[in-house]
Design a protein around this ligand. Structure first.
Ligand code: 0RA
Length: 664
């Protein structure tokens, strides 16, 4: 059945189809890209509509299922999309309009949602335009209605009653909406959803929408088992996220692998209509004993504002002001002493700022910076008032915060001295490069690679194995300092850390400038054993904490020395990257009987073997390290670096797949 033989189409409907056609012609304009990020936007878009329904107080649970056949189903218990004829498009029902008219969503009918979730906010019609099939079921007014679309939004089965709504034992008939969609493979580079991405996002959404129950499951062919967060119901396969404490639970969660400075999680909120535009803010906070000052995570209308913005600015300003005023008032900061700086006060602070605003302005390179100036005033005002009362009501906590910030201020001064020492030192020795660095000769940073090699002996092999034009070698001995735990001044006294900073040549911390990096590939080369994995983790934490733009630019890689070798003849040894490669090798040679050797260390390979298997551009395979979500990554790195060995092990197992294969 096609649209032409089941429906009479008016002029309006043609305009409707032209609208969807525009989306198919320029998908990037609506969902950002046709890569994995754009593909997942489809899911976010559909779920955002259900979350809007929840925020309006009509929906308690959202179920998301990745279907065995590659589709995605989103089901909610909201009011259901209206099913009556639409006043403006008289031959279409409201539900048909929502699915086929751009920006229709929940905005029509006068009483649209006060604050709508999502940066995307483009409407489900965009999902329809970019899907090969969409099925919708609506439970409303005691009836189950259904409709279906195909080929990018053609109405194939018009909205019709297909039966009564299932009665779930209550007096009121069930209401709700189910949307099932199958992304169009002619639009997207790939149409496979990544379950882990869904889990991370929906856990975050559940934190940001207190009390909302979000369940997620994956009915596709099972892959390697993962350790999922949330409650997993084995029988049904659902992972459930539901937080009665909302962002208070979010803060506890982020701090769960750290040592809290005090047990309480602070919380306050405020709201105001500014120029008829509703503004709301909720803030939860707690200090831990750690030394990071980037534990501030902000959101606007449920979207992570990774580039910060006005809500963050307002909070920072007010926290600095309030804590200083408190410290002076209580005599914790003497008259002759300088004010504590913002970064001193924020050391160890984990805070979640969730702002909601009627008309958000998203700015910045990745449109993840909140631009509404009016939000800065509100957050600043609310924080000034409520943080001050909170401190008055929590004197023990207040004192602990000021003591910690005072120590941080002392460490800051010490670090600045250490920094000066490093600078003057690098000016003294020749080109300023450490002796241990065997540099390469190429001048263009884009062609230059730095191999950071564990141990002096492996370093020696790597020096012989390298291409001296493009490959530099820096041997690192011992375990570099755990930067999660060490304070910056201590860290800078560490020899290995000083060497690394000089070799890369782009500074560190807040001053780090990726455009000055002397290499566009920084490659970690460590053994495949437990010690190797530990040093790799420490190095990754260092890069994440002190050179994050280097990771964001995609300049950090992990080399993959082979796991197995086997002597196929007296003259030829074959190296195999991992178990998959070994299985493939055996599948091709059913009669192969020799035993495989498991390589333990780089030291077991000759330099030419190291070259051929791990370093040579022609034959190696590198993993590119990526940082997707700063908020999640922050937590993840802490888990990784925390004292909980079990958690750390789980992280390494579940996230082995996160790093993307590049040179293959
Ligand atoms: C328009 C108006 C109303 C609800 C919705 C749309 C709605 C859309 C979606 C999409 C997924 N789930 C949804 N739930 C509701 C208000 C309906 C009313 O006033 O009863």
């Amino acid at each position: 059945m096609t649209s032409s033989d089941s429906n009479s189409y008016g002029a309006q409907d043609i305009t409707v189809l032209e609208g969807l056609e525009a989306v198919r012609k320029r998908p990037g304009m609506y969902i950002g890209s046709t890569g994995p990020t754009g593909l997942h936007h489809l899911v976010w878009e559909v779920v955002d509509n259900s979350v809007d329904e929840a925020m309006a107080g009509h929906c308690k649970r959202i179920d998301i299922t990745l279907l065995a056949d590659g589709g995605c189903e989103v089901s909610d218990d909201g009011r259901g999309i209206p099913v009556d004829k639409h006043p403006k498009y008289e031959d279409l029902t409201a539900a048909e309009v929502v699915l086929t008219v751009l920006h229709a969503g929940g905005k029509f009918g006068g009483d649209g949602y006060k604050v709508s979730g999502g940066l995307h906010g483009v409407g489900i019609s965009v999902v329809n335009a970019l899907s090969r099939r969409v099925e919708v079921e609506i439970d409303r007014q005691g009836k189950r209605h259904a409709m279906a679309f195909g080929n990018g939004g053609e109405l194939q089965e018009r909205l019709a009653v297909i039966g009564d709504t299932p009665n779930n034992g209550t007096t009121e008939p069930r209401t709700g909406t189910t949307v099932r969609f199958w992304p169009d493979p002619t639009i997207f580079d790939e149409v496979e959803f990544r379950f882990q991405t869904l889990l991370e996002r929906f856990q975050m959404m559940a934190f940001l929408n207190r009390g909302l129950e979000i369940r997620v499951r994956d009915l596709r062919a099972p892959t390697a088992p993962t350790d999922e967060p949330g409650e997993t119901d084995e029988a049904e396969g659902w992972t459930t996220f539901c937080y009665e404490g909302g962002i208070i639970d979010f803060v506890s969660h982020v701090n769960s692998s750290k040592e809290a400075l005090f047990a309480t999680v602070g919380y306050f909120s405020g709201e105001e209509a500014i120029d008829d535009n509703p503004h709301e803010v909720e803030i939860a906070f707690q200090w831990n004993t750690g030394f990071n000052s980037d534990g501030l995570h902000s959101f606007a209308n449920g979207i992570a504002t990774l580039e910060g913005g006005m809500h963050e600015q307002g909070f920072r300003t007010a926290v600095t002001r309030t804590v200083n005023a408190y410290a002076r008032d209580k005599g914790l900061l003497k008259e002759k002493e300088d004010n504590l700086q913002g970064e001193d006060i924020r050391e160890g602070l984990t805070a979640i700022i969730s702002a909601r605003i009627g008309e958000p302005q998203f700015e910045g390179q990745t449109k993840s910076k909140l631009g509404n100036v009016s939000m800065r005033s509100l957050v600043e005002k609310v924080t000034n008032e409520k943080m001050a009362s909170w401190l008055e009501e929590h004197p023990a906590e207040g004192k602990a915060i000021v003591t910690k910030a005072t120590n941080a201020a002392r460490a800051r001064v010490a670090a600045s001295d250490a920094r000066k020492a490093i600078r003057s030192k690098s000016l003294l020795d020749g080109a300023g490069m450490p002796d241990k660095l065997k540099d390469c000769s190429a001048k263009d940073p884009a062609r230059r690679e730095l191999f950071i090699v564990e141990g002096d002996s492996a370093g020696g092999s790597a020096v012989r194995a390298r291409n001296p034009e493009t490959q530099a070698i820096l041997p690192i001995r011992g375990k570099i300092l755990n930067v999660e735990r060490a304070r910056i001044d201590k860290m800078l006294k560490n020899n290995e850390v000083q060497t690394l900073i000089s070799a890369i040549g782009a500074g560190f911390g807040e001053e780090f400038d990726a455009s000055q990096a002397r290499y566009h590939k920084v490659i970690l080369l460590a053994d495949a054993d437990v010690d190797g994995s530990h040093i790799r983790t420490l190095l990754l934490t260092f890069f994440f904490r002190q050179m994050r733009p280097l990771v964001e630019a995609g300049f950090v890689y992990i080399a993959q020395p082979p796991l197995y070798s086997t002597k196929v003849s007296t003259r030829e040894t074959v190296y195999l990257k991992d178990d998959t490669a070994k299985d493939a090798f055996l599948a091709e040679r059913p009669n192969y009987t020799k035993d495989f050797q498991r390589l333990k260390g780089l030291g077991e390979m000759d330099w030419d073997e190291l070259r051929d298997t791990t370093m040579s551009v022609d034959s190696r395979s590198l993993l590119q390290v990526s940082v997707e979500q700063a908020a999640i990554a922050d937590e993840v790195m802490s888990i990784l670096m925390g004292d909980d060995v079990e958690q750390r092990k789980n992280f390494i197992v579940t996230n082995a797949r996160e790093v993307r294969n590049l040179d293959f």
